[in-house]
Design a protein around this ligand. Structure first.
Ligand code: SAH
Length: 234
C-alpha cells in the first residue's frame, strides 16, 4: 500500500499519464523489481525515471504466453516472425542513452513487441514507431491500445524512410541493425536531436549520433547484437 502511494506520487509529480498510474499490482511485480535491481541498476543505469518505468511496464504482456515466466530474465526472447524482444538491460540502456526530456517527440524503428515503445511512452510526450512485419505491427498496436497508451502511434512500413510527416524528432531509437547509419533518419532529427542505432552486420556497435548546427557528432557506446534492419523490397 505504501509503495503504491509512493509510486502514484512520483507519477503525478512528473506528470506521467497512462499505464503507470493505472497499473494494478500484478504477480510479476517482484520479478520486475529483481530485474531492475540485478540487471539494470547494478550495471550502472542510474536515471531514476528509467528505473521507475522499468519497474512498472509489464514486460510479460509483451511476449508470447509460453515465455511469460522467462520475460524478466537477462536475455532477449522470441516474439515470432524470427524477431526478438530486446534484453531488458539493452532497452534501459538505449532509453538512457537517448537523453530524453518529458516534452520529446521520439521515433522508434522496429516496433517488434511494442515493449521499447511502451518504455519510451512513459518518458516522453509522443512516440512514433514503425514495424516492417505487418502482423507484428498489428499485434503491437492492439496490445498498446489495450494497455491504455494513447501517445504511441504505430505504422507498418519501412523504417529506412522514417516518418517524414511527423519529422523532425528529438530522438530516434533504432532497434534493428542497419549496415550503415540511414541518412534519411539523420535528416529527420532535430538540431540537438539524438539517434541511438546499432550499426553493422555480424559485429555491431551501438552508436549515439547527436545532430548539431555544425554536423553530426558520433559516439561509440557498446558492442551489441540486434536482428538486421531489412530493406522494404526484401
Ligand atoms: N523494439 C522491439 C524489438 C525489436 S526487434 C521490442 O521492444 O520488442 C527488431 C524489429 O525491427 C523486428 O520486429 C523487425 O521486424 C523490425 N524491422 C527490421 N527491419 C525493419 C525496417 N526496415 N523497418 C521497420 N522495422 C524493421
Amino acid at each position: 500500500m505504501i509503495r503504491r502511494a509512493i509510486l502514484l506520487f512520483v507519477i503525478s509529480a512528473v506528470g506521467f499519464s497512462g499505464l503507470l498510474s493505472a497499473a494494478p499490482e500484478d504477480a510479476y511485480m517482484k520479478k520486475r523489481e529483481q530485474m531492475v535491481a540485478q540487471q539494470i541498476g547494478a550495471r550502472g543505469i542510474s536515471d531514476p525515471r528509467i528505473l521507475q518505468v522499468m519497474r512498472a511496464v509489464p514486460r510479460h504482456l509483451f511476449v508470447p504466453p509460453a515465455y511469460r515466466d522467462d520475460s524478466y530474465e537477462d536475455h532477449p526472447l522470441p516474439i515470432g516472425h524470427d524477431q526478438t524482444i530486446s534484453q531488458p538491460y539493452i532497452v534501459a540502456y538505449m532509453t538512457q542513452a537517448a537523453l530524453l526530456r518529458s516534452t520529446d517527440k521520439v521515433l522508434e524503428i522496429g516496433t517488434g513487441s511494442g515493449y521499447q515503445a511502451a518504455v519510451l511512452a512513459e518518458m516522453v510526450e509522443k512516440v512514433y514507431t514503425i514495424e516492417i512485419v505487418p502482423e507484428l505491427a498489428e499485434e503491437s498496436a492492439q496490445r498498446l491500445k489495450s494497455l491504455g497508451y494513447e501517445n504511441i502511434f504505430v505504422r507498418c512500413g519501412d523504417g529506412y524512410q522514417g516518418w517524414p510527416e511527423e519529422a523532425p524528432f528529438d530522438a530516434i531509437i533504432v532497434t534493428a541493425a542497419p549496415a550503415t547509419v540511414p541518412e534519411e533518419l539523420v535528416r529527420q532529427l532535430k538540431i540537438g536531436g539524438r539517434m541511438i542505432v546499432p550499426v553493422g552486420s555480424m559485429e555491431q556497435e551501438l552508436i549515439r549520433l547527436i545532430k548539431t548546427q555544425e554536423g553530426v557528432r558520433k559516439e561509440s557506446l557498446l558492442p551489441v547484437r540486434f536482428v538486421p534492419m531489412v530493406h522494404g523490397d526484401q
